[in-house]
Design a binder for this molecule. Structure first.
Ligand SMILES: [Zn+2]
Length: 402
């Protein structure tokens, strides 16, 4: 059994201990000590890191009444000196105690109970059992911060189940004695095995960063203490970048961003109109060239438009092909060279060609794939250098049929 020194003194960062057992945990060496100041992962709070002798402590795991210290390499000797990473411990104390205060504030002001707590390396969350809107959440945040700034003493006591109940704490199910109760004086009392500061003031500040609907309740993302400072610094950097990129003062960023979005939508509408007009012009020009001063095309003698373009997206080819075949009885065999070769074939209503078969033969020549239905088919392949050949073959296949 390992004595948990952090339960008595969460500020103890160095200790000496005797090695009780050497084991292995997930392929790494692990030590069981007679006493430890390392907190093992439990109750939503991650483990401490640090060193034992000259080995790094990578993880600390509860194993019944023992605590396993998982090391990066084995160490010799019957006694070891342990050292806890102070910054990580303080971070966990700030987030965890901040969580106690925020959870209690949600109970008091929004009748919302915390059903889960997660303390990650960046994100900290509590899950509430009901939906809580922005306004009551901000009220809970204010209350938690009031309690932080009142620097109330934090006390830990070990009670029996009846004693716990008498003090208003519901003991964990099936636990009759040695119930560790953490109390922020005059505000909150709950059973907890985690590391907590001497006073609420050490939490620094509690900041809710976002709320989301989660499993019928609310997931509250928040940061405390040094994490709040880091989150503020991160946001400041992003905002400074935006201020500089958009050349607008901080307070005007939302309005400027909205205007940019509106301008972009307008530009996209105009670009679409321009594209349609340009394609209309291209379609008429291609049909006139195909006609070459001859008689107007008919269903019996349709125009055959063959054209290749550089850098056109397949979507634009398709728009042009459908325009060509809408303007006059025609077959359009269009191609484009970009990172790959694109083909779009189309024919007017009432013409007899098997457009998908024609396209299939052409894309196979390009080493690619494609398909379509009825009067429209498209595809492409990697053999860009064969585009003209593929179009000429399709043109020849049409003539052979005619
Ligand atoms: Zn706790």
């Amino acid at each position: 059994m390992t004595e948990r020194l952090h339960r008595q003194d969460p500020y103890l960062l160095e200790f000496d201990a005797a090695v009780l057992a050497r084991r292995e945990h997930e392929g790494r060496p692990a030590l069981v000590l007679d006493r430890t100041a390392f907190y093992a992962e439990s109750g939503g709070q991650p483990w401490d890191t640090g060193t034992l002798g000259d080995a790094r402590v990578l993880a600390v795991v509860e194993d019944g009444k023992d605590v396993l210290h998982v090391l990066d390499h084995p160490i010799a000797g019957e006694r070891v000196h342990g050292r806890i990473d102070a910054e990580r411990r303080r971070d966990h104390m700030q987030q965890h105690h901040g969580q106690h205060l925020l959870s209690k504030a949600f109970v008091d002001l929004a009748q919302a109970a915390t059903v889960a707590f997660h303390l990650g390396s960046e994100d900290t969350t509590i899950d509430l059992d009901r939906l809580v809107a922005e306004e009551p959440a901000r009220a809970a945040e204010r209350l938690a911060n009031d309690v932080v700034w009142q620097a109330r003493p934090v006390r830990v006591s070990t009670l029996t189940a009846p004693e716990a109940r008498a003090s208003g704490v519901e003991p964990p199910e099936g636990v009759l004695a040695d119930i560790r109760v953490v109390e922020a004086e005059g505000f909150d009392r709950q059973p907890c095995g985690g590391t907590h500061p001497r006073t609420t003031a050490e939490v620094g500040v509690v900041v809710i960063t976002s709320l989301e609907r989660y499993k019928g309740g609310t997931r509250v993302h928040f940061v405390c203490g040094s994490r709040a400072l880091a989150a503020f610094a991160r946001r400041e950097r992003v905002l400074a970048d935006l201020v500089s990129t958009l050349s607008a003062p901080l307070g005007e960023l939302p309005a400027v961003a909205r205007k940019l979005k509106d301008d972009l939508a307008l530009s996209e509408r105009r670009a679409k109109g321009l594209l349609e007009r340009a394609l209309e012009g291209d379609a008429r020009r291609l049909l006139a060239e195909a006609r070459g001063g001859g008689p107007a095309p008919t269903v019996a003698s349709p125009a055959v438009v063959v054209a290749a373009f550089d850098g056109w997206p397949a979507e634009d080819l398709r728009l042009l092909a459908t325009r060509v075949v809408a303007l006059a009885p025609a077959v359009a065999l269009l191609g484009s060279r970009s990172d790959k070769a694109h083909l779009v074939f189309a024919q007017s209503e009432g013409l007899p060609n098997d457009v998908p078969a024609l396209l299939k033969a052409a894309v196979e020549h390009l080493g690619g794939r494609g398909g379509g239905r009825g009067n429209l088919a498209q595809g492409g392949g990697d053999r860009v250098e064969r585009l003209d050949e593929a179009l000429a073959q399709a043109r020849a296949a049409l003539s052979a049929r005619a």
